[in-house]
Write a protein that binds this ligand. Structure first.
Ligand SMILES: [Zn+2]
Length: 381
């Protein structure tokens, strides 16, 4: 049976931690409203304990953005949990999200505590958060490098303590898809109370596998994916929201799942986030890059002009992009040249086309890309 995958957007928390991406409070609020239009299920609005400015931004988002669950991040300590609650409590549906290490590396060199002490700290933090808020998410930081049996034990204990969502992060982007999918299946098999909470993943892109890992987790039964617009996030970033969403949509029969994202808002959202963070999107970025629907070689242009599905697996309108573009270069053929000239209002006969194409190739060799201005010159010359 087809199931829903919840999209948890962390553009305003993990995404904002991208070096060079910091946002003002009003920019965060503007993006949060757009995320609601996009139809995300959860907005992680910030890290309120980090600064008064971020605390206030989260409060404003909680007060004014309707629809999604509004959450924010805490470490598993009371002061952080209080800061989250005091800022998200105004939301229609608030959630407290806390994070605590589960790997021996983090236990030893970050917390200097034993596994047992960390487990107890996590359980107490969840119990406390549940006295404030009915919806509490617990992240087992660095899960991919954690001891499996210990991870199962932590997940079971925090669900018993009242966690409603358990998030399994590949914090350092270390995992590979088959292994990561297996971890999700193993959690579902080995944690007796796993069906009492939503199982989530949060993957980083250090090896370029954040989206692949997230989708492998969905295939294995994960119910929530944490991701960020344009793949923003610490270091190499998080799983890209638009790639996860379109992966599930385009290959729906394979994943047997869907999201509630309004996909025609993907490009407008990407452009807003790029403009406000000042971080450009690569031209060749999947889904939202400028070249995502641009065809350059003659063979592809001819094919896509005959029928779009020859070379496009979804349409520009599906993701709110401007449309298919036929880029004229020295690799372009007669069909593409005729199409572009006709779209500028010229009528081109077959005889004209031979002659025009020869001159066009000289122009294209000299100029690399032939634009509308050059085409007008071609016609008058
Ligand atoms: Zn992260």
């Amino acid at each position: 049976m087809e199931r829903k995958v919840f999209i948890f957007d962390t553009t305003l928390r993990d995404g904002e931690q991208s070096p060079g991406a910091s946002l003002t409070a009003s920019e965060k609020i503007e993006i949060a409203h757009q995320l609601a239009r996009l139809g995300v299920d959860v907005i992680e609005a910030g890290f309120p304990a980090s600064s008064p400015g971020d605390f206030n931004a989260v409060c404003e988002i909680a007060k004014s953005v309707k629809g999604p669950v509004i959450t924010a991040l805490a470490r598993a300590v009371r002061s952080d949990i209080d800061a989250v609650w005091e800022s998200v409590r105004y939301a229609e549906r608030p959630r407290i999200h806390m994070v605590l290490g589960s790997s021996d590396i983090h236990a030893r060199s970050k917390f200097r505590r034993s596994r047992e002490e960390l487990l107890e700290m996590g359980v107490q933090a969840v119990r406390y958060a549940r006295t404030l808020c009915p919806d509490v998410e617990y992240s087992t930081e660095d899960a991919s490098r954690s001891n499996r049996q210990y991870l199962f034990q932590v997940v079971e204990a925090v669900i018993d303590a009242g966690a409603t969502v358990v998030n399994i992060p590949d914090t350092v982007g270390w995992s590979v898809p088959a292994q990561w999918g297996r971890l999700i299946s193993d959690l579902r098999r080995n944690v007796p109370n796993i069906d009492k909470a939503i199982l989530s993943v949060h993957c980083h892109n250090d090896l370029g596998m954040a989206v692949a890992n997230s989708l492998a987790a969905v295939k294995a039964g994960a119910q929530q994916v944490e991701c960020a617009v344009n793949g923003l996030g610490e270091r190499a970033g998080n799983a890209s929201l638009e790639e996860v969403v379109m992966g599930i949509k385009v290959r729906q029969p394979y994943y047997r799942a869907h999201t509630d994202i309004v996909t025609s808002e993907l490009c407008p959202t990407s452009q807003m986030v790029s403009r406000l963070t000042g971080l450009a999107v690569a031209r060749n970025k999947a889904i939202v890059g400028d070249n995502a629907f641009a065809h350059s070689s003659g063979i592809h242009q001819d094919g896509v002009l005959k029928s779009r599905d020859n070379y496009e697996i979804f349409s520009p309108e599906d993701v709110g992009a401007n449309g298919t573009t036929i880029v004229l270069t020295a690799r372009s053929g007669r069909h593409a040249l005729k199409y572009r000239l006709e779209s500028l209002g010229y009528r081109v006969t077959t005889d004209d086309l031979e002659h025009l194409h020869t001159r066009f190739l000289h122009m294209a060799d000299a100029k690399k890309v032939v634009d509308d201005h050059d085409l007008h010159a071609l016609m008058v010359g």
